[in-house]
Design a protein around this ligand. Structure first.
Ligand code: DO4
Ligand code: MG
Length: 278
């Protein structure tokens, strides 16, 4: 089943039918002790509604933080080593790819997150900007993965490549993150054959497209969560982006009005337009 956050409150989608979730705050809902069972009981005891189409879909986030893992795909390791070569940073990325401890970084608060159909931003002081399409976990306060969404870890590659210590500036700024369109509620591990696809449209034609599968993800989602929760509490739960396996060629940079579409089949498609900050 899928859970949407909308202007009119949460909705559940099950086999093409929609059910309204009344009275729950988003935070109370996603931190529920048995989220899947609770949503199933709403479907069992409720009636399908017909007003979902008019409910504006929002980013599926309340007071959760957004964290991200990096260099979890070989493609990301190679791109990062190349971009930071002249700054002497290449070796760090190679080492973290093989290290036991993953790279985890803070990505966004809800106020910096764009929902489906709204704008993501590129920094006004960046010259080389890319989207990063990432399977994103919803983790409850007890460290259990309760669902999956699609994330876009917008990144400024020139800033990140100039010095690895600039990573927070390359990664964290207004609308640097998009999440949505919904949360696939499932405690099951997604199949390694699950594809992640991206398309970037410019002036009506596809400027870049790429694809990978979860088979290329080097680390297990549960291991990333285990590291994130070491001596760290998340009273509202948290999102954890699992890293990108798709990097456009070095000649590519995002431009205003590009449309980014990221598809992970069991979840849906997250679409955003790009706007230049400033
Ligand atoms: O280490 C820099 C960030 C890497 C990243 O965001 C990714 O691999 O997805
Ligand atoms: Mg990333």
């Amino acid at each position: 089943m899928k859970l949407y956050r909308t202007q009119h409150g949460p909705y559940i989608e099950q086999e093409g039918s929609y059910y309204h979730v009344s009275s729950d705050s988003w935070d109370a809902l996603v931190t529920h002790d048995n989220l899947q069972g609770y949503l199933a009981s709403i479907i069992d005891n409720g009636e399908a509604v017909s007003d979902f189409a008019s409910a504006h879909i929002q980013a599926p986030i309340g007071n959760q933080e957004v964290w991200a893992a990096g260099v979890t795909y070989y493609r990301s390791r190679s791109a990062r080593m190349e971009e930071s070569k002249s700054a002497g940073g290449g070796d760090f990325y190679d080492r973290v790819y093989s290290a036991e401890r993953p790279e985890l970084f803070f990505k966004a608060t809800a106020s910096r997150v764009a929902g489906p159909g709204s704008y993501v931003r590129i920094r006004s002081d960046a010259k080389w900007s890319v989207p990063e399409p990432e399977l994103t976990l919803l983790v409850n306060p007890r460290g259990q993965i309760v669902g999956y969404t699609i994330g876009n870890d917008m990144s400024s590659r020139d800033i990140e490549g100039e010095n690895p210590l600039y990573l927070p500036q390359a990664k964290v700024y207004n609308r640097s993150c998009a999440l949505g369109p919904c949360i696939l509620i499932s405690g099951e591990v997604l199949s390694v054959t699950t594809p992640i696809r991206i398309e970037i449209e410019r002036d009506g034609r596809i400027e870049f497209s790429g694809a990978t599968t979860l088979a290329e993800l080097k680390r297990k989602p549960a291991t990333l969560v285990e590291y994130l929760f070491r001596d760290n509490s998340f009273p509202f739960g948290t999102f954890l982006m699992t890293g990108t396996g798709i990097v456009p060629p070095d000649s590519f940079t995002l431009a205003s009005r590009d449309r980014i579409r990221i598809t992970i089949d069991p979840i849906g498609t997250l679409e955003n337009e790009v706007a230049q900050a400033g």
